[in-house]
Design a protein around this ligand. Structure first.
Ligand code: NAD
Length: 325
């Protein structure tokens, strides 16, 4: 059994082990693979794992030995799943592994916006406190979260977990979701999208990227938001009209933003958010705690093992029947 991992570096830059995957077959792990290199590198593999390397219809057709594609992520838009289905190849994903980690960074960003701990610690390190005339100083407004309202767009796994933490901070929670919620956690109120924009002190995005949600944060809704409001986006970059958000930040239309994702990753130098006022960007790290990556790798190996045992799990393109024993 030949197994090829096309782009293993971000999942395992060296702090995890591939040994469980290696127990399933002869394993070749590439750190990164350009789309045009994929067909050559995977040509002898029955099992192909990819995180962000695109497997287009064209590439899939060039891999007659391939029997299985495992995506090392939740989102699988990088694989042409219909092309794989047409030739009976199951494509699997890892549906949940990072809910708590993503939720944690929502609050890392929110607490940063509220009290700028790293900034103030840096001023102390650079000597400012020792020469300060008063016993304390601060450079930014310091904000108490208790009593503020968090508006959550997309009330699924991560949105609900974020709501729980917001409630623990004494915040009020309102949410908007296109689906009728199966249950309503105590303390959370549904609201229309316009009300989310008008009422919230903090808006946190937790819906998937779809044609409906692309640029769900745009000039018009930024115009409805409180001037003191913060926007947190840990979901997907294209949910936000980046030019409109940069202008809203620079014109003090809203107070600040915490972003873990951008429309293009890595971003181009001209991305207007890179230098926008009070805009704090992390390089798509919400998913990458060691606990979440361990869980992801565990499920990816289980997915491949289940396929080899003739019972594929977490299949996203409906191909269940490939018998590969
Ligand atoms: P989920 O499927 O459990 O929840 C998504 C929710 O969004 C669902 O309740 C769905 O009904 C709702 N939704 C769909 N379309 C909507 C719309 N038009 N308007 C409002 N709500 C809508 O997903 P999850 O596990 O909570 O993950 C949420 C998102 O987090 C993912 O889509 C992904 O983009 C992102 N994510 C980011 C990272 C990271 O590293 N930054 C890691 C994991 C997930």
């Amino acid at each position: 059994m030949n197994i090829v991992v096309l782009d293993g570096y971000t999942l395992n830059p060296g702090d995890l082990t591939w040994k469980d995957l290696e127990s399933l077959g002869r394993c070749t792990v590439y750190d990164r693979t350009a789309p045009e290199e994929a067909a050559l590198r995977a040509k002898d593999a029955e099992i192909v794992l990819t995180n962000k390397t695109v497997l287009s219809s064209d590439t899939i057709k060039q891999l007659p030995k391939m029997k299985y594609i495992g995506v090392l992520a939740t989102g699988y838009n990088i694989v042409d799943i219909e092309a794989a289905r047409d030739i009976g190849i199951p494509v699997t994903n890892v549906p949940t592994y990072g809910t708590q980690s993503v939720t944690q960074i929502v609050f890392a960003h929110l607490l940063n916006l509220a009290q700028h701990v790293a900034h103030h610690a840096q001023t102390v390190r650079s000597g400012r406190w020792t020469s300060n005339p008063d016993f304390c100083y601060w450079d930014t407004p310091l904000i108490e979260l208790a009593g503020l309202t968090m508006g959550i767009i997309g009330f699924g796994r991560i949105g609900r977990a974020a709501a729980k933490l917001a409630l623990a901070f004494g915040m009020n929670v309102i949410f908007y979701d296109i689906a009728k919620p199966s249950s309503m956690p105590e303390g959370c109120q549904p609201a229309g999208l316009d009300d989310i924009f008008r009422i919230s002190d903090v808006i946190s995005l937790h819906c998937p990227l779809t044609s409906d949600t692309k640029k769900i944060i745009n000039r018009e809704c930024l115009g409805l938001m409180k001037k003191t409001a913060f926007l947190i986006n840990t979901s997907r970059g294209p949910l936000v009209d980046e030019q409109a958000l940069a202008e809203a930040l620079n014109n003090e239309r809203i107070a600040g933003a915490g972003l873990d994702v951008l429309s293009e990753e890595p971003p181009g130098e001209n991305n207007p958010l890179l230098k926008a006022r009070n805009c704090h960007i992390t390089p798509h790290i919400a998913w990458a705690t060691i606990a979440a990556r361990k869980r992801l790798l565990r499920v990816a190996v289980d997915n491949a093992a289940s396929f080899l045992a003739g019972k594929p799990q977490n299949v996203v393109n409906g191909v269940q029947t490939k018998d590969f024993r």
